[in-house]
Ligand binder design. Structure first.
Ligand SMILES: C[S@@+](CC[C@H](N)C(=O)[O-])C[C@H]1O[C@@H](n2cnc3c(N)ncnc32)[C@H](O)[C@@H]1O
Length: 226
């Protein structure tokens, strides 16, 4: 038993992760997931990392309080702080653009559970470009927010439109149309801010987002028409 609670989002992360020998919890912050995995025999050892020494300190304190051994702690950027390819890695609660950079590392070629807070389209594109295949995407609604939790494994997948995960891989316990509409509003906001940068990069991102919004609009029309 533990003395802390894991949010529904984090419980799904653990569920998609399954049972592994070594898990890297990259950007572990509070360390709840690292501790939970060991307490529930879902991992034999955990490599807990964070780019911030202060954040990692929270994880160390929690492990100590819970009397958990089996976690190695490292400060560093993404997989630079992980000294071997783990059996699985979790990268949650960061921007999709940040996660996309982290998974470019050769040691990222493993079972991945990813939860982007924004820019999931950038992450989908990176998964495709780096030769991963999306096995599942779970959509979780918690405190009126939608979270996308992606399970990806090494292996080429067919090219898809990056506005959404492939629909046949998506598990949505909540209202799917509400989720698609939410995604559309998120992409629209990203489109406006990309346009406002008035830079070449911003213009290219705005063009990309415009296409992805059109795809989402077609999906919404299709689903609502059924
Ligand atoms: C919002 S917290 C998420 C904590 C936890 N993973 C979760 O989902 O609840 C994001 C954490 O990622 C860390 N982080 C951000 N960029 C990182 C990177 N490139 N490598 C490792 N950690 C990073 C931050 O320092 C912060 O502690």
């Amino acid at each position: 038993m533990n003395n802390f609670s894991l949010s529904p989002r984090m419980k799904w992360v653990a569920d998609l992760l399954g049972k592994n020998d070594t898990v890297a919890d990259i950007g572990c912050d509070h360390g709840k997931l690292s501790v939970y995995l060991l307490q529930n025999n879902l991992a034999k050892s955990v490599i807990a990392t964070d780019i911030s020494a202060e954040s990692l300190e929270k994880a160390k304190k929690l492990a100590e309080k819970e009397g958990i051994e089996g976690i190695s702690f490292f400060v560093g950027d993404g997989f630079d702080a992980v000294n071997k390819t783990p059996d699985a890695a979790v990268i949650c609660g960061m921007g999709g653009d940040v996660i996309a950079k982290i998974i470019a590392h050769p040691r990222a070629q493993t079972r991945l559970v990813l939860q982007p807070m924004k820019d999931s389209d950038i992450l989908f594109q990176a998964l495709f470009d780096y030769g991963f295949s999306i096995e599942k995407e779970k959509i979780v609604r918690e405190d009126n927010r939608f979270y996308e939790i992606i399970l990806a494994v090494p292996g080429k997948m067919e090219k898809f439109d990056f506005s959404l995960a492939p629909l046949d891989k998506m598990i949505c316990d909540c209202d799917a149309v509400a989720f698609f509409k939410h995604k559309k509003s998120v992409l629209q906001k990203a489109f406006s801010s990309a346009q406002n940068t008035k830079s070449d990069r911003g213009n290219a991102r705005a063009k990309e987002l415009k296409e992805r919004i059109s795809v989402l609009e077609r999906v919404i029309t299709d689903v609502e028409g059924k």
